[in-house]
Design a protein around this ligand. Sequence first.
Ligand code: UFG
Length: 319
Amino acid sequence: MRLLVTGGAGYVGSVCAARLVESGHEVTVVDDLSTGHADAVPAGTRFVQGDIGEVAGTLLAEGFDGVLHFAAKSLVGESMVDPAKYWQGNVVTSLKLLDAIKEHGTPRLVFSSTAATYGEPKEVPIQETAPTSPTNTYGASKLAIDHAMTSYAAAHGLAAVSLRYFNVAGAYGQFGERHATETHLIPLVLQVALGQREQIQVFGDDWPTEDGTCVRDYIHVVDLADAHLLALEHATAGEHRIFNLGNGTGFSVQQVIETCRTVTGHPIPAKISPRRAGDPAVLIAASDRAREDLGWKPQRADLAGIVADAWEFTKARTN
Ligand code: UFG
């Protein structure tokens, strides 16, 4: 297929663009490089630097079979202090993209939604039918785009798929997580192992979980990328389908740190700190729908393997 990948210079977008090229698709990456990196755009793609809201129309006029929309602002904390960045950067930009898709009759859209659309879960594991009640502006902005996709699919025949990511981690060779402002647990812990940071702060040990630290569902970025390829194949005209992507297994912050100690051989000092605002205690995905409807089978669910891939990537970047 001829595909437009927005945000293909970012973490998940670059891994996905690389997998799409390997699978024989023709890929154009569009990214404004506000958080992505030009050298992360995979070889074999065409790269256009620009704001999606401005360039999507011109690009889609060329005729594409689908869009994979990764480009977004994605820091939960920032979304609470600078909401305009999220309503403008995520919602307004995505509406412009949707209008370009409609105008040029692009048949498919696969969108990076998030577990943050659910908010504090009432039941774990979280099903796609769970109520959506985001606790932060980031999640609310992604949910707004999900709603827009539902109505564009119904009214204009778009084949739309939203993939709700849980905690994405790991790397794919040279493609991995490189955020200027790093807030995610595994890359921060690996920075300690590299000697770039003295210790890792554990945000609360008084949560209602087995060891008192928060539990998350970590998914390998390659398994996540492969779900996008399946979503493209299974997208159906006039329908908006939503799938959770996680392994269905939870690991606590302490378990993640312990796994990083084993993988890196570094003692990784940890300090118990106050809880971080907005953190739910437990987020685990029920991803039966993706397994049944898309035939998705995660191949890299082992946490030590996920951490090992992130570690190889992190070490190589500092050499
Ligand atoms: N954590 C620490 N110390 C740190 C960083 C994180 O203890 O220095 C803890 C957090 O409190 C949380 C867990 O590690 O309990 C995972 O935190 P991350 O920041 O790595 O990931 P989140 O679960 O907060 O966020 C992920 C995605 C978001 C998405 C969110 C849905 O990265 O994009 O899930 O709730 F919005």
